[in-house]
Ligand binder design. Structure first.
Ligand code: CP
Length: 302
């Protein structure tokens, strides 16, 4: 069994294989190629990631266990390590894990024979989100090489931004950030250059809007949501300045009227629901990768 806990260890070839495999699954939706049991363990709320992993596993013909952290023995003080060892001992092959903290250092996967997939950890990684974003961009432009992608908003608290910098850069895109200066702190400026929002909207191939992640804030935002929307939201008038072939992304959940106008969600240049759709195929490719150790075209087409 293999794990996907970080994008950092992925090489360009593996990324390309996973994207090609996800594409393949979209073109060949009815397949039952692999066997095993997948548990989804979400210590934070989720709609898209949790359900798309469950749908992906079902489409692959896997058994799916939806572990409810709220009703589990976590509440009796059981540690994450002990919980994972317990799932492995029951025969779970892959656990899909979302944690509030950065990828938990107390987890020692060498103590059990089970794959782990990072479904979002703290502020540092959301590998499968970055993959589905890359797939969405590739489907529109044919390649990521040479594209300019601007990620706008609360990048400081965003695991999506961090994983996308790593994945999209490896695939040849130039990534930059924009938004309120108070989010341009700490390690952020080391990851990608900060740019003027209006200029970025006019020049980018991809504009990815992020919600304000209040649940991770240590202090209150210095402006009201109304002011935020006026200064940094993707409004209809700002969207009118996009290049004609540019696309709008958002990892969701969307806060309409804050980082993005409600009318933009279904704008002709928006690919927000396509991102959600792509999440299923990407997660099929990732689960297959973890179960069989690669994207095995022969196995699946057999
Ligand atoms: N993009 C994303 O991770 O959404 P969920 O929190 O709904 O899974």
């Amino acid at each position: 069994m293999y794990s996907l806990t970080s994008t950092k260890s992925w090489h360009v070839d593996e990324l390309q294989d996973l994207l090609a495999r996800a594409d393949w699954y979209q073109a060949n939706p009815v397949t039952r190629p692999v066997h095993g049991t997948v548990a989804t363990v979400f210590a934070e709320p989720s709609t898209r990631t949790s359900l798309s992993f469950q749908i992906a596993a079902q489409k692959l013909g896997l058994n799916v266990l939806n572990f409810s952290a709220e009703n589990s023995s976590f509440r009796k003080g059981e540690s994450l390590q002990d919980t994972l060892e317990t799932l492995a001992a029951m025969g779970v092959d892959i656990t899909v894990l979302r944690t509030t903290e950065n990828w938990p250092t107390q987890v020692d996967a060498s103590l059990f024979n089970m794959g782990l997939v990072n479904a979002g950890s703290g502020i540092n990684e959301h590998p499968t989100q970055a993959l589905l974003d890359a797939l969405t961009i590739k489907q529109h432009f044919g390649t990521l090489r040479g594209l300019t992608v601007t990620i706008v908003g609360d990048v400081l608290h965003s695991r999506v931004a961090r994983s996308n910098v790593d994945v999209l850069t490896k695939l040849g895109a130039k990534v930059q950030f924009a938004g309120p200066p108070e989010f341009n702190r700490d390690d952020i400026s080391l990851l990608a250059p900060w740019t003027d929002f209006a200029q970025a909207v006019a020049e980018s191939d991809v504009v990815m809007m992020l919600r304000i992640q209040y649940e991770r804030h240590q202090q209150s935002l210095a402006m009201t949501e109304k002011d935020y929307h006026e200064q940094y939201g993707l409004t209809l008038s700002r969207a009118a300045k996009l290049r004609s072939d540019a696309i709008i992304l958002h990892p969701g959940p969307v806060n309409r009227g804050v980082e993005i106008a409600g009318d933009i969600v279904h704008h002709p240049q928006s690919r927000i629901l396509q991102q959600v759709t792509n999440g299923v195929a990407v997660r099929m490719a990732v689960l297959e990768y973890c179960l069989v150790g690669g994207c095995n075209a022969q196995l699946v087409s057999a």
